[in-house]
Ligand binder design. Sequence first.
Ligand SMILES: *[C@@H]1O[C@H](CO)[C@@H](O)[C@H](O)[C@H]1NC(C)=O
Ligand SMILES: *[C@@H]1O[C@H](CO)[C@@H](O)[C@H](O)[C@H]1NC(C)=O
Length: 221
Amino acid sequence: MASRWNSRVSIIFLFCFPELLLSAVVTLDSLEIYTTHEWLTSTPTVYFKCNEEKKTVLPDVKKAHAVYHFKGEESFQPLTNFTSKKCKRCGFYEKDRIKFDDVFDEWEFCPSDFTSPNGIYIHSKDKEFNATFLCDECVKKVDNLDGDSHHHNEGHGVQWYIVIIVVSIVGSILLMMGVFVAYKYWLKRKRQQEQARFLKLFEEEDDIEDDLGLGPLSDSI
Ligand SMILES: *[C@@H]1O[C@H](CO)[C@@H](O)[C@H](O)[C@H]1NC(C)=O
Ligand SMILES: *[C@@H]1O[C@H](CO)[C@@H](O)[C@H](O)[C@H]1NC(C)=O
């Protein structure tokens, strides 16, 4: 009940202030690289980048096999934003002075990846790196989406409910009309039968009078 109320409030909130909830900020929580691709210089320059966004250089990440933890408030944070359910193609790279930059990994980064309730998503690649990302709003957004689908279902339920009510009302009106018409017909038939019996009774009386010679014509004979 409370969660439904909450989702309703947040839907109203989303309706009133869409721009506030439509930007889900993603921060880097921790990173461990297992290798450096640069063998001429000892310290690598690692950066994160999503398609057509700026490079985010991670100045602290210098050594392989060391776990770097971040608070989320560093100067290079946040890493990126989600403005819709759509995924982004993002990756970790290493600057290369001679050739093209080396790629740790490049993948489809989606708001729906953040499935754990604390908003953490772990992405790792064998022999390359292990990264944990944080996105609180992504989890809330998934909740909102669930709420939306709930409402959708509820809407269908209400429609079916209305259809059933209307059909049963119309059905009972038709049934009542049918019973009324049948009753009227039955009354009419009964009246006709009574009339017929009444007439028959008169005819029979006439016949009896005729037989006894008491009819109006017997006097004149
Ligand atoms: C995230 O979104 C906010 C507001 O839309 C914007 O100011 C900020 O530059 C964005 N950050 C990134 C990393 O895209
Ligand atoms: C990646 O890092 C997280 C957090 O530090 C840890 O819980 C997880 O076990 C690591 N995964 C691998 C494959 O090392």
